[in-house]
Design a protein around this ligand. Structure first.
Ligand SMILES: [Fe+2]
Length: 197
């Protein structure tokens, strides 16, 4: 019977999986950037693409620090997340709704990576691979920051814009319902209400 695998074997396996996931993401991120309408969102995807390339180089350093060959192993998890993202991009959503959906896809990928790097850091630490642990922690911090950036874009206007995009008239009248505009708005509302009857 073959000898049972160790945590070290599982660790190398997980590194290969993550290396492949990052490579898949360098192909997916330009598509997310291209599909984004909001310039800040597009820029966030583009800068994360640059960051992802540096994360790939960092993983290569991790392999080297362990005297392991640099090698990837197909990551089914991220492949599934990327597939779902592609399906969303094929939908006929209005621009802001599409942006909100692109953020949702991006955050799924970020959380998948955060889980992977979190495990890698913990295992490297447990086995005393301090250089590897430090490098992996740097990437984990970047993934968390990228996730937070997406949350701030979503909550800082994109979700609200998407929520408003589907409902024209009445929502847009609300801000005018103070001061001089109030009477006019009330009249407009009464007219609209009348039209519905
Ligand atoms: Fe990454």
């Amino acid at each position: 019977m073959a000898e049972a695998g160790t945590l070290h074997d599982a660790f190398i396996d997980e590194l290969r999986d993550t290396y492949d996931a990052e490579k898949q993401l360098t192909k997916a991120l330009p598509k997310l950037a291209k599909a984004a309408s909001d310039p800040t969102l597009r820029q966030a995807f583009e800068s994360h693409l640059e960051e992802t390339r540096r994360q790939i180089a960092r993983l290569e350093q991790v392999f080297e620090s362990l005297d392991e060959k640099v090698r990837g192993k197909h990551c089914d998890g991220i492949a599934g997340i990327i597939e779902e993202g592609k399906a969303v991009m094929e939908e006929d959503f209005d621009e802001t709704t599409m942006d909100a959906c692109l953020i949702a896809s991006g955050q799924r990928a970020e959380h998948y990576e955060m889980a992977a790097y979190g495990t890698l850091v913990a295992w490297a630490t447990a086995m005393g691979h301090t250089d590897a642990a430090r490098l992996l922690q740097e990437t984990l911090d970047e993934e968390k920051a990228a996730d937070e950036k997406l949350s701030s874009l979503a909550e800082g206007g994109i979700n609200q814009a998407a929520a408003g995009a589907g409902q024209p008239d009445e929502e847009e009248d609300e801000p005018a319902a103070v001061g001089a505009g109030a009477k006019k708005t009330a009249a407009a509302k009464a007219k609209k209400a009348g039209a519905r009857r």
